[in-house]
Each structure stands twice: as C-alpha cells, then as structure tokens.
Design a protein around this ligand. Structure first.
Ligand SMILES: [Zn+2]
Length: 335
C-alpha cells in the first residue's frame, strides 16, 4: 500500500513560499494517445506543462527519447528537481519499476521503465499505475480530499481504476489490483483491448465509441485511432441530435453504471471520483450511470452512492506521480 497521510499533512502545513524555494518534481503520464508532463511543486501546484502525441504504436524506443527531451527542457528552467514520477497504464510491477504490459501500446512487455528513465536522465524515478497516480492527485489536492474511502475511475483510451482506503492506495500483493476494466462480467461486450471477450473495457474505452460510430454511422468501417472523428466529435453529434451517437453514449454510460454497482457491491465503496477525458461529459453520463445502478445494484450497498467528477482534470495523475517521488520514502516503506 502507498500511505498518503504523511504527504497530506506536509501539503497542508507547507508555507506559501515563492515556488522557487519549494521542492519540485516532474510528473509524467504515458497514455495511448498523448504523453503529458508537468513541473509540480511540493504543495501540489502545476507550474509548467508538456504535451505531445504518443508516437504511432507507442514503442519504448520512440517514447523514451520524448520523456528524456522533456526532462532536459524542464531542467534548464528548474535546476533543482527531486526526480520524476511517471504514471503508466497497468498492469505493472510498480515496486520493481517494471511495466508488465501496456494493452494499447507496442513493445512494453516486462519493460524496466523506471531504471531506463533514471539511467537516461540521471534523476530518481518512481513508476506508478496511472490510475493510482490520479487517485493520489485527487486525494491530495482535488475532489477526494475529504474522502477516506473512494474509487477512482479514469475514462479514456481504456479504463483505469484505483481504490484509496483510509489514506492508502490499495495496490494488492503484486501491484496489479483494481484492474476493473478487465473484470469479465460483460458477456454482451466485444473483445477487450487485452484480447479477451466480455471485459468491461470492451465497452468503456474510446476504442469502443469510435469503432461503434464507425460501424454504425460511417459506412461499416471501424473508425479506430486514425479516424478523423474523435470521441469529442461523437459527444458533439449527440448534442445535435445524432441518434447513432446517442445510442453509443447510452451504452457507454449504462456499462459504466453497471461497473460502479459491481465495485460498490464488491468493496462497499460509496464514493466514486471520475477522471480522464470522457469525464468532461459527466453531465450527459450521470443519468445513465444512476439508472444502471438502480437496475443492477444491490440496495444496501448501492443506495446513496456519491459519484463526482474529479477536480483536477488531466493534472490529477501528474500531481499524484510527482508527489510520490517527492516523498518516495513513504512509498518505499509501505508498498
Ligand atoms: Zn481486458
């Protein structure tokens, strides 16, 4: 487990010094579509941002140089940096700094990301699951500051998930816990990004939205990543009365509600924080989520759930990852 109580207390007690006097670290987030980075201060403020498209395929040989170049640029501006915290899609062996597999990127099987990036930059590096990083960010500085127990779901290229309980991120015995996107209880879904049928992520991904829209509205050809239609376009078309877009979003929202009911029943969690790009459309999704919870739920555990959009947007994972490297002793002693 990653204990956040010490980090929280430091953030709350920190003096509002000029940022030049504060401890700083880099936070990175490696995603299926973009690589993002930021300089984050000790008290959770983002000072600089970096964003670049993930190279086609996302192979480490293409991606590592981008991270190194970004670090070099940041170091020219901020000469005292504690290190790099990097969030990556699971599953990964965070304690060993190894990415086991990235379903949406090529060439990452058992890749030693932490050691490789540390060697290339000369800085300490801490690797963390990207959803865990987002949960830490929201707990320290965002929508979950007052939540002792909550689930964090990232709605994007895939579905990331994390559980924070009593100030600790639950990472499981090998660091693989909370891969809720791969829970196999959706028999009517297609094939998941991991290759198996019936997983939640087969519905809850940008791939689902684009592929379905391509099949149903664009002449039978899956839209896929290279399509000129984006997920944002699909939501825009829904707002202007596109029935195909509306049907796909309805299925997405219903599947999300069913997953939230499943997590609530399994773990007795009553707070859910939604992050990731699709969470920007929370208002559209919320009635679908609540209807699905009523339909699929188990009232003693699913009545009165609180579902809230994250407050930090794309910054949550960057803040969480950077905060962790600034307090790596906590992680090392508790994971
Ligand atoms: Zn899967």
């Amino acid at each position: 487990m990653i204990d956040l109580k010490v980090i929280t207390s430091k953030i709350q007690s920190i003096d509002r010094d000029p940022w030049m006097k504060k401890e700083l670290a880099i936070g990175f987030d490696v995603g299926g579509t973009h690589i993002r980075g930021a300089i984050v201060s000790h008290d959770g403020c983002v000072l600089e941002r970096f964003r670049r498209q993930t190279p086609t395929g996302g192979h480490p040989d293409l991606l590592i140089p981008i991270l190194v170049d970004c670090t070099t640029v940041f170091r020219k501006q901020y000469d005292v940096l504690s290190g790099i915290g990097i969030g990556a899609p699971g599953p990964l062996r965070a304690g060993e700094g190894i990415v086991s597999h990235m379903p949406n990127l090529e060439g990452w099987r058992d890749f030693a990301l932490q050691d490789t990036l540390s060697r290339e930059t000369g800085l300490p590096v801490v690797l963390i699951n990207d959803a865990d990083a987002g949960a830490i960010g929201e707990h320290l500085a965002g929508a979950a500051r007052d939540c002792p127990l909550f689930a964090y779901l990232t709605l994007g290229t895939g579905l990331g998930s994390a559980i924070v309980s009593r100030g600790k991120v639950w990472t499981g015995s090998r660091g693989f816990s909370n891969e809720w996107g791969h829970i196999p209880v959706f028999p009517d879904s297609g094939v998941c990004s991991c290759g198996h049928p019936g997983h939640a992520e087969a519905f809850l991904s940008t791939r689902f939205i684009l592929n379905e829209y391509g099949l149903e509205a664009m002449g039978g050809s899956p839209a896929g990543i290279s399509s000129p239609v984006t997920v944002s376009d699909v939501f825009d078309r829904d707002r202007t009365g596109d029935k195909v877009a509306a049907g796909i979003i309805d299925r997405y929202g219903s599947a999300l509600g069913r997953l939230i009911a499943t997590i609530a029943i399994a773990l007795d969690v009553d707070w859910f924080i939604l992050g990731g790009g699709i969470s920007a459309s929370c208002d559209r999704l919320m009635p679908l989520i609540m209807e699905a919870i009523r339909w699929w739920g188990f009232p003693p555990l699913t009545d009165g759930l609180t579902i809230r959009r994250g407050a930090l947007g794309d910054d949550a994972g960057l803040i969480g990852a950077a905060s962790l490297v600034m307090h790596r002793k906590i992680r090392d002693s508790s994971s």
